[in-house]
Write a protein that binds this ligand. Structure first.
Ligand code: B12
Length: 211
């Protein structure tokens, strides 16, 4: 039984999307629970990807291809994950801040979080502070991730944190920030809860924050 989970993890790591989908189906046919396949196969494979990306042994294109394989497996599993069969590690709202259109890094963070079992809600790019507030009200996430790639848009992170404070929602969520010009010191300065330098570290931080 465990062999097939290992195979799912290794094929995911190799970015073999068709093979991952077939193996997931095979595991289901053998009577495995969807949750077991998700946690013991897909998430384990994506964790390996994250570790090697962080260590510099894998690069952005390989991570994107592995994420595509993860999605292929999830496509088979999702309809079978019963309602209430909560496999979500938490709901994570993510967006690139106002004035900023860079989304490659944000999308990578989102995919790695999905790979780790988080349910993500993507607000896209150029997200106004008020849009973060409205989305927190609507979706009630446990975490928010904000991305900025321009030094000129970093201030929008501060504006979004302040908007959440003014709306009385700041205590209801943890806030993580990232993007090339952002630092840990900046996160502290604006009152965010965490900073992560890359997508794999973002998953580690997210897990810490919801623990
Ligand atoms: C691709 C790119 C573009 C593309 C964006 C396409 C897209 N869909 O994203 C286009 C061509 C549109 C673009 C436009 C511009 N760009 Co540009 N762009 C880049 C470039 C080359 C790569 C960015 C990238 O995708 N990196 C790869 C990803 C994977 O890395 P990353 O974004 O850093 O993300 C990782 C981490 O930072 C972290 N992370 C990211 N987000 C988050 C969020 C959270 C919550 C967490 C925890 C972690 C996290 O995890 C990610 C994955 O590991 C950079 C230069 C560079 N080498 O960085 C310039 C760069 C960012 N751009 C720059 C500039 C100036 C511009 C423009 C103003 C150019 C112009 N004059 O028009 C416009 C601005 C448009 C706008 N309003 O946003 C400058 C910024 C300078 C500065 N200090 O402010 C840079 C640094 C280039 C340079 N050296 O001058 N750009």
């Amino acid at each position: 039984m465990a062999d097939i989970l290992q195979k799912i993890a290794s094929e995911l790591y190799a970015g073999e999307d068709e093979s991952v989908a077939e193996l997931v189906q095979k595991a289901l046919d053998q009577g495995m629970e969807p949750k077991e396949i998700l946690q013991g196969g897909l998430i384990i494979g994506m964790d390996e990807v994250g570790k090697d990306f962080k260590a510099g042994d894998l690069f952005v294109p390989e991570v994107l291809i592995a994420a595509r394989a993860m999605h292929a497996g999830m496509h088979v599993l999702r309809p079978l994950l019963a309602e209430g069969d909560s496999v979500s590690a938490g709901r994570y709202l993510i967006g690139t801040v106002k004035g900023d259109l860079h989304d490659i890094g944000k999308n990578l963070v989102k995919m790695m979080l999905e790979g780790a079992g988080f349910e993500t809600i993507d607000l896209g790019t150029d997200v106004e502070p008020q849009a973060f507030v409205d989305a927190v009200r609507e979706h009630k996430p446990v975490l928010i991730g904000m991305s900025a790639l321009l030094t000129t848009t970093m201030v929008q992170m501060k504006a979004a944190v302040e908007a959440l404070e003014e709306a009385g929602l700041r205590e209801s969520v943890k806030i993580m920030i990232g993007g090339a010009p952002v630092t840990d010191a900046f996160a502290k300065e604006i009152g965010a809860d965490a900073y992560a330098p890359d997508a794999a570290s973002a998953v580690d931080k997210a897990r810490e924050l919801v623990a």
